[in-house]
Design a binder for this molecule. Structure first.
Ligand code: SF4
Length: 366
């Protein structure tokens, strides 16, 4: 990867290279007038790019727009993020989901401090790739967009645009399609005059014009070069993803409420589903649907009479979860329950605990 002039040793034929050159040119010109004003585009700092890219990995832009500003205000540098306790990082991450990314971002900030003196190594693609949570896409995005490195980037948006441009069949989840897309993206950025505008423009085009269900071909700067458009096959390319079957999971959980309204919480073990997050006492139970309140109380080590109040379904990417929710009330201080890391938390203090969306739904279940 380089930051110099376009490489003359391009992949593919001369005609293919010329086509890429025209594509990159159109995308760069279009992006300069069509780019959305997003907060992480204003400063172009390596740290802001790292935070925004990790946030955007599995979360919609609209949600990231809400969380990015407060997050970088609370942790304005890699050093401040590295020095923060994990609980504070997880709490600031609330609303973005997939908390594993928060932990990886925290670890990446520590690595940036230890290995690079607190400065994200934006020009060094290999050093970026070595950071926790930074894969080929994220390293390419940071290096090309912040430092103009000719590093390719491929995400779902880019793959869709490239597939339609070339009328390449198949699903983005197929390995052969992914490898082809990376090769195309490499050829594309190699000939770009401005690698940052070309790469970011291609992603933007996929996000705002060449959308999955309703692409706006009439507004597309590439429509004259698009084979799927020319062939009338836009709706069938790419092929839909084959979704993995979700694993079924039954969790038994209890809202234990003290006389002053405080609720009992526990912290999940690190790693795995919702690792390190807080929740009402919960356990996995294959026979959870048929558990009596007495047995549920025994298994969860709750010394109170329980009533079954609700069943809360919850979907994650890989699991279909059913929460069997019980409720109990206690009149004393609850000291006998505040063991093994469990603690009573006042309702008004819940916002300062990193709770998964599932745990929030369970706490609100009636
Ligand atoms: S012409 Fe249509 S299908 Fe082709 S790249 Fe543009 S928006 Fe996508």
């Amino acid at each position: 990867m380089s930051t110099g002039t376009p490489n003359s040793q391009l992949n593919g034929s001369k005609a293919g290279s010329e086509r890429m050159l025209r594509l990159a040119g159109h995308v760069e010109v279009w992006f300069r007038s069509a780019a959305r004003d997003l907060p992480w585009r204003r400063s172009r700092s390596g740290y802001h790019a790292l935070v925004s890219e990790l946030m955007l990995q599995q979360t919609q832009v609209a949600r990231v727009l809400e969380k990015f500003g407060p997050f970088v205000a609370q942790f304005p540098s890699a050093a401040s993020l590295a020095a923060a306790p994990e609980d504070a990082v997880l709490t600031a991450w609330q609303g973005l989901g997939y908390y594993r990314r928060a932990r990886l971002l925290h670890a990446a900030a520590k690595a940036v401090v230890e290995r690079h003196g607190g400065r994200v190594p934006v020009e060094d693609h290999a050093a970026l790739l070595a950071l926790p949570g930074v894969g080929r896409y994220t390293a390419g995005a940071i290096a090309s967009i912040v430092a103009g490195v000719r590093a390719p980037i491929v995400d779902g948006n880019v793959t869709r645009v490239l597939q339609r441009l070339a009328a390449r069949e198949g699903s983005a989840s197929e390995r052969a399609v992914s490898e082809w897309a990376w090769s195309e993206a490499e050829s594309f950025v190699e000939v770009a005059v401005d690698p940052a505008a070309a790469n970011e423009g291609l992603m933007e085009l996929g996000a705002t014009v060449c959308t999955p269900a309703t692409p706006r071909c009439v507004a597309c700067p590439l429509s004259r070069m698009c084979r799927a458009h020319e062939d009338g096959r836009v709706a069938e390319i790419p092929a839909p993803k084959v979704r993995p079957v979700r694993k079924e999971l039954v969790l038994v959980t209890v809202q234990l409420i003290r006389a002053d309204g405080a609720v009992l919480l526990e912290q999940r073990a690190r790693g795995g589903l919702w690792g390190g997050l807080w929740q009402p006492p919960t356990m996995e139970s294959a026979d959870g649907e048929s558990l009596s309140p007495t047995v549920a109380a025994e298994r969860l080590a709750i010394r109170a009479a329980l009533t079954r109040v609700a069943v809360v379904p919850f979907m994650t990417t890989h699991r279909s979860v059913r929460f069997i929710v019980f409720r109990g009330h206690i009149r004393d201080s609850g000291a006998s329950h505040a063991v093994d890391g469990r603690r009573f938390v006042a309702r008004e203090d819940l916002a300062s605990f990193a709770l998964s969306n599932a745990a929030k739904r369970v706490l609100l279940a009636e």
